[in-house]
Design a protein. Sequence first.
Length: 146
Amino acid sequence: MKVQNTYEFNAPLEKVWDALQSPEILSNCIPGCEKFDPEGENSYLLSMRVKVAAVTGKYSGKVSIKDITFPKQYTMEVEGKGSGGTVKATGVLSFSENNGITAVDVEGEARVSGIVARVGQRILGGASKMLMNQFFTCLTSKIEKP
């Protein structure tokens, strides 16, 4: 499943970049996040509870930030497994700034298996977009607060 969107922030690029590197902000903004602990440089152990339609699952896994090219882009890899199956996702976040507005282009791919994939195949695209939008709405509130 492909994932793609652009999010804009009324903030300088460096502030947006720093927020997306902050374990505190990430743990507060990842929907359903229950645990977000450092495991080496740019790597975190994650535990979260996700509900997709009628299927709720608790997942544990790892988030890694790689191929960092400040201030242009980096790659985020997410791997998790839980009661509903497995998730493996890779996304490239690209940054640009114009007149104090920072755009973050997200392009990636996710593979989901298990009961969530079987039961919710038709709604996975909408659910992944909804979770990304929740994350970036929270991020906006953290970045743009006075």
